[in-house]
Design a protein around this ligand. Structure first.
Ligand code: FAD
Length: 473
């Protein structure tokens, strides 16, 4: 929207819908919204508009539909793929859900929670706890990310092993379509075979099909507590065997199995204050294990026995079981500190990849060899939700590297890692979304049939291509 008169008329119509306090026009006040937290994506916007309810979202979308104004939906702006940042044209509107924060209903009998899409994930967890229920989606950004952003990226996190990702935790959705119509699918049903599952189209669509405004989520029985352990191992194969053994021994009580490589832990202990390894010696791999249940009886012994057996069989070299909640928390701080430690230590080339669990060890061996051959000096920061086959296979470049060298090295590494992922029938985007970061690569790695189907869905729902242009597709 280059014509200043048209732009003024458009923004005054936005103000008419949401009031003065719902529209941010001053560039200084837009800073938070037009940049991502990683400092990698930057843009400009006509206006940041912050509706309070679905009716206002619908009215905004009708305005954008009539004026063909592109819209970038935004939740907590914690995404890692540039999906919530507008482009540099200044022609796109940011529609922020950060004033849509109502939890409408918590139903402990149906085990469901109905909320606006702008509710922060930690507040959803807290509302479930208040009725002695559990909402298991958990990730490092849970104090800032919104449930709408979690849905739009089909977020994963640390609870996927036991409870599945955001898609698995969702029963119903409400979505405002690009022309302003509202699809109310806010149903709390576990069975509903009445045709295509529309909610699954919008989950993981990264704002490219519509604005998610509401959700019905599944709740679970609240665990009575948890038992955590920290393990050191020499080989990735041992880590995978340990996972299989714990799954067999502990069944659904195994609620987390998080791996971090030796260099990942070293990065955290070096760059973050008061982060100390629970083990005296260093190892090539560490695993944070958690068991949880509604009945804690025998849980600690179960984990202890499984780890003793694993030690006797030479699978693991050392381990420590947390004796209380404070020790569990410090183990989790080490795992959750990796993202921040990377930001402090250098410029990371990130790969958010998924592999069949049976291929993980061979993949890591081949990927390490490929990286070491081309860049022998580069620290490999390999960690992840290994119980889901999800690795964050990152390489750390120096902070002072020039933009050109960073881009060249990134392109080289991305191609080599993602080609290998494809050879193992894996995915180049496991949980962070495609956004702008992986958009061009998606075309390279998806079949033309898959791309045709995705483009056909996009054309059917957003024929004018106003929803989050340039992201995902
Ligand atoms: C420290 C840290 C740790 C993290 N750990 C994990 C992790 O373990 N697992 C994981 O999956 N992610 C993780 N993330 C990434 C991020 O938190 C998730 O992707 C999160 O789901 C994004 O939510 P958000 O509200 O911030 O979305 P945003 O960043 O605002 O948006 C993300 C995408 O969703 C779209 N979108 C947002 N809201 C809506 C809506 N209401 N309707 C339609 N589209 C919308 C945006 O357009 C954009 O494409 C982490 C991030 C940080 C900073």
């Amino acid at each position: 929207m280059q014509d200043p008169m048209k732009q003024m008329e458009f923004t005054s119509r936005l103000i008419h819908v949401v009031g003065d306090e719902g529209v941010i026009l001053n560039p200084a006040d837009q800073e938070f919204y037009v940049n991502d937290w990683l400092g990698k994506s930057h843009g400009r916007t006509v206006a940041v508009v912050r509706p309070r309810n679905t009716a206002e979202v619908s009215a905004i979308m009708r305005l954008c539909h009539q004026s063909q104004t592109p819209v970038v939906p935004q939740g907590g702006n914690t995404g890692m793929s540039g999906g919530a940042t507008p482009d540099m044209s200044g022609a796109q509107v940011i529609l922020s859900l950060n004033r849509m924060k109502r939890i409408h209903e918590v139903d402990p009998v149906n085990n469901t929670l109905t909320a606006d899409a702008g509710v922060v994930l930690a507040d959803i967890q807290q509302a479930a706890r208040a009725v002695d229920r559990y909402f298991p989606l958990s990730l490092g950004a849970e104090g800032s990310c919104t449930i709408g952003g979690n849905l739009a990226t089909n977020a994963g996190g640390t609870g996927v092993l036991r409870y599945g990702n955001t898609r698995d935790l969702t029963l119903g959705l409400e979505v405002v379509l690009p022309d302003g119509r509202v699809w109310n699918g806010l149903r709390g049903l576990r069975k509903d075979n009445t045709g295509y599952d529309l909610k699954d189209l919008f989950i993981g669509s990264e704002g490219s099909l519509g604005i998610i405004t509401g959700v019905v989520l599944k709740l679970f029985a609240a665990p009575a507590g948890r038992v955590s352990a920290w393990v050191g191992a020499q080989e990735m194969t041992s880590v995978v065997t340990l996972l299989n053994r714990l799954q067999a021994a502990c069944g659904p009580r195994l609620s987390a199995f998080e791996m971090m490589s030796g260099p990942s832990l070293a990065l955290v202990t070096r760059h973050l204050e008061a982060h100390v390894s629970p083990l005296d010696k260093t190892y090539p791999y560490y695993v944070l294990i958690e068991l949880a249940d509604t009945n804690m009886s025998g849980l600690q012994e179960m984990l202890q026995d499984a780890l003793t057996l694993a030690t006797e069989d030479g699978l693991i070299d050392d381990c420590v079981v947390a004796m209380n909640e404070a020790q569990s928390v410090s183990m989790w701080r080490l795992r959750e500190g990796i993202s921040m430690a990377q930001v402090k230590a250098g410029k990371a080339v990130k790969h958010d990849i998924a592999l069949p669990i049976s291929s993980l060890a061979t993949f890591v061996k081949e990927a390490d060899e490929a990286v070491q051959k081309s860049f022998p000096e580069l620290p490999i920061i390999n960690f992840g939700h290994i119980g889901d086959g999800n690795l964050h296979y990152n390489l750390l470049l120096p902070l002072a590297i020039s933009n050109t060298a960073y881009k060249e090295t990134t392109d080289h590494l991305n191609k080599s890692i993602h080609d290998l992922v494809t050879q193992f029938n894996g995915s180049i985007s496991a949980e962070h979304g495609v956004g702008t970061l992986r958009r061009d690569e998606l075309k390279r790695y998806k079949s033309s049939v898959e791309m045709d189907l995705m483009n056909a869905v996009k054309r059917a729902i957003d024929p004018n291509q106003i929803m989050n242009p340039g992201k995902l597709l």
